[in-house]
Every structure is written in structure tokens, then in C-alpha cells.
Design a binder for this molecule. Structure first.
Ligand code: DGJ
Length: 732
């Protein structure tokens, strides 16, 4: 890993694991992108620059250069591959920055002022980011007025990821309105790539969509004041012939939990500009003289080993540098959660029966989900009243906790800290705590309102109320839920010209809560959740080592959801439960073995009414948990190879391979059985070609090369929705 500056060519070379990223300060002082891809030498790359098609090319301000020659000097901001695109001075692409000065000037011309290489990576104030060390900071400034921008770059020797962000500095003598303040831009040298995004909705999160890019701007975004289930803050730019296992793939993953935009612009001069950050749709930030605005960080991942290689780079970056280090490598709680077993209808006896039935099976944590507090007997009431409902739970939380602990299990509890019900003591006492705009009625979402996290006193209430429960009870696990999106974004008490700061301030409010509740309770394991996976983003992973992936627990549907989620997130981040059939969401019936095999491809758990478990059910559950324990290290630390794609075939396949390639597991799933003639070799990937392996279920030993070339003949019995698992153990 290194950051090098070559003074002669004024070029920065960032060398990470397998990647080089290079840009120069060109003859106009412009930060010009030169190269991003597989590792290369430090040659003078300026000789490789190429001018594409031109249309009404303009010079940099004040320089009447020759702009008529189509092969002349590259001398237009519009045509320079960009490290930060800005508006109004000859660049007609998507700007990363738009601003309004006091006098109405909306232009920017941000040129090189200097740079420094810091030994330690600075943290972003109030926002999560990757950990790291050596960091390049390039200072750009507008000579006309002193407005500045610092570009931050960090590279890593253990993953092919570069962390980038921008910090905007108001060095003028007046207040500036930031109308758009994106985190980054970079350019790619062609405009015929394909784009992969993760779309979804409730119970259908992160489905993969691949589409050719086009001239113009392709956007993935959220306008929901959260990262959302509808489009994940991730996009991949790949060559048209890139596959799972081969070809160039660039991944862009934003560490942010509010409205965002990621844009890929195919320009008519033959380039691609990638840019993005906080969504400027409803954003205007008042930046006083001397103030700075820090933008969220983006992870840029590159791999020449296809889409799978890009995913593995992101997985490594998140596991090594983002997810809480004390948690990420540790075996996870294996939970029994009562939600699908009881919904709101439970009492001590019912909960005890559910917990007692699985004691001794290896399930080690009982999680009491929604409905334990206030007058919460349905989803219409009680949110915000974080005190126990003693009608349901006689003796308070301590009774059920003591019982669960007496079984040798830990106790976990559900909260939805950001919300309030209209029918709640909190709302009756502080109706103003709920987000509302003057003279307008509020939208309801799941019958509830949202608390205004942009206000310190509201956050203080939440922190005190939640921490009180956590401190007064022996709670070792928390599920943090979030079940609607912001509407009427408006904050009482904030001046009119700062109301459009709401969406970003909401994110800062969420992170503040996480610091003061999650990080302040280091002995408690926290899991994120948002009606399933509607806030499954890297920033949340900085607090929650795992997130509930989807409310859809049907094994068939989960193959798509977990496949798509794995594009950008490690398996250990995905919370997955074995549930009952017919499945509560789809009514589909799948075998219990299949449900377990698919749930075991993440942080596994159980969510069904175990109170009626037979001895056979208990024994089967114990065997499943034991099998999970035997593969857990692979789930936590292994490299993922997606071997079969459910979007395009009758199969789903995940192969997880230990870093030293001595141990691997293939989980294969076939959707529909057929009566006759199934000829299928399951793909095998990621092994060491030169090692020899034993494969469970097969006689003899095989070279890695043999296994990866031929695959394994599928040995699935007749039937639909069936799985098979194969363990690979290196013998030399
Ligand atoms: C939505 C979550 O995704 C579910 O798992 C459950 O916790 C419910 N909320 C409870 O209201």
C-alpha cells in the first residue's frame, strides 16, 4: 500500500491491493483523473491522454486557447477526466459541487493549492467511515473567492478498495449556500459499460439489475431520508463481457444512511463520469464563513476478477475496516426470535415455552421482539413508551430475563427508537417531538410518526429512555428496528433557510443515537433492522455487525435477496432466520433442511413457534446448529464465490472458501425438480488449483483444478426447493 507523488509530472499514484489509482495536477492546476484499474507502474500517464469528440468546447476561464483543432491540446475542463467536477466554468457534466455565493455567483473553479499525506486517516465528524492509516489530502481552492475543497484518499494493502470523500471549506468572508455537495467524482475512459444496481421493495430487497449504460445520466438514489429498500447506495460499472469470475468491475458503495444519489454519466466525448453523495434533491446547506462541510465517504472497489472479485474487495473492506472490530470476527448470537411465533400476542408463559423448547440445542439467545412495552398490543400504539407492559409481562422484564438466563441463554430485546405512536404517553406529553410541517397534517406510516432526530432534546429523550432499560436489565442483545420513512421533513425551531438541511441532519441524528446507545453499551450485541432490510447500508454496519436482511423468510425468495445483498455486503452482515411453513409471507412450503441451509449462509437464527416442538424437532434443530457452528468461521471470514445465479437459472450456489484455501463449503439449491434428464454439474470456484481436496459425499480426492474445471455432478433427490451442501477439505 502506498501513496506516491511524482513532482515532475505532478502525479499521485495510489497503490492498494491489486489496484492503482492515478491522477495528476495538470497544466491548468486541475485535478485530472488518469487511471483506475489493475496495478500498474508509475509511468508518466499524461502521454496516454486522449481527446474525444468535442462540441462547443470552452477554454478554462480567461485563456483564449486554440479550441478548434480536434486533436489539439486537451484544454477544456469538460474534457478532462475528473477528480471533482464543478459547475459553470466550462464543464457541462454532472457537477459534484453546486453552490450560491452571497452575491448570487453560482460558479466554481477549484484548482490545486497543495497537498499533504497524513500518517493516520482522520475520522469524519459525526459520521461513520472506514478505519485506515496513510491518507492523501489534496487541497483545491477557488482563487476568485477562497472557497475550497479537500479531497481525501485512503488505500489498503488488504483489500482492493479506495476510500474517498470531499470536505468543502468556506474560506470566503460570507455565507455560502451549498446546493449540492457530493463526495467524489472519477472518470473512466469509455462509455460503453454496463451497470449493476440493487433495486427492491419491502420483502424483496436488493435484487440484481444489470443494464447497458447510455449517453446521459443513470442514477440510483433514495429520496426517503434513509438509504432505503428501493435502491441500495451501491452501483457497479462493469465491462459488457465481465462475468462473475472474470473481467473488470468497479463497485461504488456509499457509507451513508439518508437520501443519496450515485450517478454514472456517459458523455458524448466517449468517457464516463461517476459521481455522487448526499442527494441534493432536498438539500441546501448554509455554510458560514470559515465553516466546513464534511461529506460521507465512498468505497471504490476494483477487481479484474469479475463481479465476484469486486464483491470480495468490498466484503474485505467492510470486515477489516468498517464493522466494529470487537464483533466482526466473533461467533454471532444464534437467536430464537418470537416475532413470527406470536406477533403481539404473548405472555410470560408463551415466551418461556418458546425459549425452553430450544434450550440445549445450541440456540443461545432468546430475542423478545415488538410488543413488550407501553400499551403496545398492535402496531397502532405505544411506540416511544420504553417501559415494560406488565399486563403482558407480569413481574416486568426481570422475570422473563431470569427465566431465559436460567436456561443458559442470553436475553435480547427489540426497540424502535426513532418512532412514536399517536396513541402513546410520549406523543401525548410531547407532540412536538414528532416530525411535522407547519399547518400540515402528518402522513401516517404503519400508523406511526417519526421523531425529529435533528433536535438535540428529542435525541436526549430517546437516549435516556433506551439506555435506562438497557442499564436496569440484563440485556445482551438488541434488535434496533425502523419501520417507516420521513415525510413532512421540517424541524421546529430551525430557521427557514436551514430547513433543507433536514435529511442530512436526520442521518447525523441517527449516528448520534448509535454513538450514545450502541457504542455506549459495548457489552450488548446490536442488530440493525428496518422492516426487514430497508436500511441495509455500510454506515449502519459501522454500528451493527449484522442487519436483518428481509422480512421475507421464504427460502426460495431468500436466494435472490441474499444473492443480491452479497454483491455489496459480506455474508456475516446478513441476519437470516429459519421460519415456519407455509411461509408467512409467501405461503410457500419448503423443506426445513432447505430453510436451514439458506439461513446458514449468513448470521443464522430461528423465528418460529418452538413451543410445540417434539423431541425430533429439537434433535433436528440441535443438529442444524451444530452444522452451522462447523461452518461459522467460513461465514465470518471466508471468501464468497457466487457459483449459480437464481436470477438466470434454476439453481442458486454460494461457495465460501477460507482465506488459505484449505477449507470450503458449497451450498447449492435447485428451485424446481424435473422428472428426468437433469444433467447438471454444480460450479466450483475459489479453490487452490494445485491443492488436493476431499469432498464430502464423494469417494477419493481431487485436484482443485479438476474440481473447478468439471464441477460436481449435482446429487439432488427428486423434489422442488432442495439444497445440498459439499465440504471441501485440503489434504495436502
Ligand atoms: C419489522 C421487522 O422487520 C420484523 O422483524 C419485526 O421486528 C417487526 N418489525 C416488529 O414490528
Amino acid at each position: 500500500m502506498s501513496i506516491t507523488f511524482s513532482p515532475d509530472s505532478r502525479t499521485f499514484y495510489l497503490d492498494g491491493k491489486g489496484v492503482t489509482y492515478a491522477f495528476c495536477i495538470n497544466e491548468y492546476g486541475y485535478a485530472e483523473h488518469l487511471y483506475y484499474g489493475s496495478a500498474i507502474g508509475h509511468d508518466d500517464l499524461r502521454a496516454m491522454r486522449m481527446l474525444g469528440a468535442t462540441s462547443y468546447r470552452t477554454t478554462p476561464p480567461g485563456r483564449d486557447l486554440n479550441t478548434s483543432s480536434s486533436y489539439g491540446d486537451i484544454n477544456s475542463y469538460h474534457h478532462f477526466p475528473s477528480e471533482l467536477s464543478f459547475f459553470g466554468t466550462g464543464d457541462f457534466r454532472e457537477p459534484a459541487l453546486m453552490l450560491t455565493h452571497e452575491n448570487g455567483d453560482r460558479l466554481a473553479e477549484l484548482l490545486y493549492v497543495g497537498h499533504e499525506i497524513l500518517p493516520e486517516k482522520p475520522r469524519i465528524t459525526g459520521m461513520p467511515s472506514l478505519r485506515g492509516s496513510e491518507t492523501l489530502v489534496v487541497h483545491l481552492g477557488d482563487a476568485v473567492n477562497g472557497f475550497g475543497c479537500d479531497l481525501y484518499y485512503t488505500v489498503y494493502d488488504d483489500c482492493g478498495v479506495i476510500a474517498r470523500r470531499a470536505v468543502y471549506r468556506n474560506g470566503t468572508d460570507h455565507t455560502v449556500m451549498l446546493d449540492r455537495a457530493y463526495s467524489f467524482s472519477f472518470s473512466l475512459p469509455r462509455n460503453d459499460y454496463e451497470l449493476i444496481s440493487l433495486w427492491g421493495t419491502w420483502a424483496k430487497e436488493r435484487h440484481v439489475e444489470r443494464t447497458p449504460m447510455h449517453h446521459g445520466v443513470f442514477t440510483v438514489d433514495s429520496k426517503r431520508t434513509t438509504s432505503s429498500a428501493t435502491l441500495n447506495p451501491f452501483i457497479a460499472v462493469v465491462d459488457p463481457d465481465t462475468t462473475e469470475q472474470a473481467g473488470s468491475a468497479y463497485g461504488v458503495s456509499l457509507i451513508y444512511s439518508s437520501s443519496y444519489a450515485l450517478k454514472v454519466e456517459g458523455t458524448s466525448d466517449g468517457q464516463t463520469l461517476v459521481t455522487g453523495g448526499i442527494n441534493d434533491l432536498d438539500f441546501r446547506w448554509k455554510l458560514g464563513a470559515g465553516e466546513v462541510f464534511e461529506t460521507p465517504e465512498v468505497m471504490l472497489a476494483y477487481s479484474a476478477e469479475g463481479i465476484g472479485g469486486m464483491s470480495r474487495a468490498l466484503h474485505d473492506a467492510m470486515r477489516s475496516h468498517l464493522i466494529p472490530p470487537a464483533r466482526v470476527h466473533q461467533p454471532r448470537p444464534i437467536v430464537i426470535n418470537n416475532w413470527e411465533a406470536t406477533y403481539f400476542n404473548f405472555d410470560n408463559d408463551k415466551l418461556k415455552a418458546i425459549a425452553q423448547a430450544v434450550a440445549g440445542t445450541g440456540i443461545d439467545t432468546f430475542v423478545l421482539d415488538d410488543g413488550w412495552f407501553g400499551n403496545r398490543n398492535s402496531d397502532r400504539t405505544g411506540l416511544g413508551d420504553w417501559f415494560v407492559n406488565t399486563e403482558k409481562l407480569e413481574g416486568g422484564l426481570s422475570t422473563i430475563i431470569a427465566y431465559v438466563n436460567s436456561l443458559g441463554m442470553k436475553f435480547g430485546l427489540w426497540f424502535e427508537p426513532e418512532m412514536v405512536s399517536e396513541d402513546s404517553e410520549l406523543f401525548r406529553a410531547h407532540p412536538d417531538y414528532a416530525i411535522a410541517a407547519p399547518d400540515r397534517a402528518r402522513c401516517y406510516g404503519r400508523h406511526q410518526f417519526m421523531l425529529d432526530l435533528t433536535r438535540a432534546e428529542v435525541r436526549d429523550y430517546i437516549v435516556d429512555a433506551v439506555n435506562k432499560v438497557l442499564h436496569e436489565n440484563h440485556i445482551e442483545y438488541v434488535k434496533w428496528d425502523y419501520n417507516r420513512n420521513v415525510t413532512e421533513s421540517y424541524s421546529i425551531g430551525r430557521p427557514a433557510d436551514q430547513q433543507a438541511e433536514f435529511a442530512h441532519r436526520y442521518a447525523l441524528g441517527v449516528y448520534d443515537l448509535c454513538e450514545r446507545i450502541v457504542n455506549a453499551n459495548p457489552d450488548i450485541f446490536f442488530e440493525g433492522c428496518a422492516s426487514g432490510g430497508a436500511r441495509f447500508d455500510p454506515a449502519m454496519l459501522a454500528y451493527f455487525p449484522q442487519i436483518w436482511t428481509s422480512d421475507d423468510t421464504d427460502a426460495e425468495e431468500r436466494t435472490y435477496i441474499q444473492y443480491g445483498t452479497s454483491m455489496a455486503y459480506p455474508l456475516s452482515a446478513m441476519s437470516c432466520h429459519v421460519s415456519v411453513v407455509p411461509n408467512h409471507q409467501t405461503r410457500r412450503v419448503t423443506p426445513i433442511e432447505t430453510r436451514a441451509d439458506i439461513a446458514h449462509l449468513g448470521a443464522t437464527g430461528y423465528e418460529l413457534d418452538t413451543s410445540a416442538f417434539t423431541d425430533e424437532d429439537r434433535a433436528r434443530t440441535a443438529a442444524q446448529v451444530e452444522a452451522y457452528k462447523a461452518m461459522e468461521q467460513l461465514v465470518l471470514e471466508g471468501d464468497l464465490w457466487r457459483t449459480e445465479d437464481p436470477h438466470t437459472s434454476n439453481y442458486f450456489g454460494f461457495m465460501i472458501v477460507s482465506k488459505d484455501k484449505t477449507d470450503a463449503l458449497l451450498t447449492a439449491y435447485r428451485r424446481m425438480g424435473s422428472v428426468n434428464n437433469e444433467v447438471k454439474h454444480l460450479r466450483v470456484a475459489g479453490l487452490d488449483a494445485d491443492k488436493t481436496y476431499r469432498v464430502s459425499g464423494f469417494e477419493g480426492t481431487f485436484r482443485g483444478s479438476t474440481l473447478m474445471q468439471i464441477g460436481l455432478p449435482a446429487k439432488l433427490p427428486k423434489g422442488d426447493f432442495l439444497t445440498a451442501t459439499y465440504r471441501f477439505t485440503a489434504v495436502d
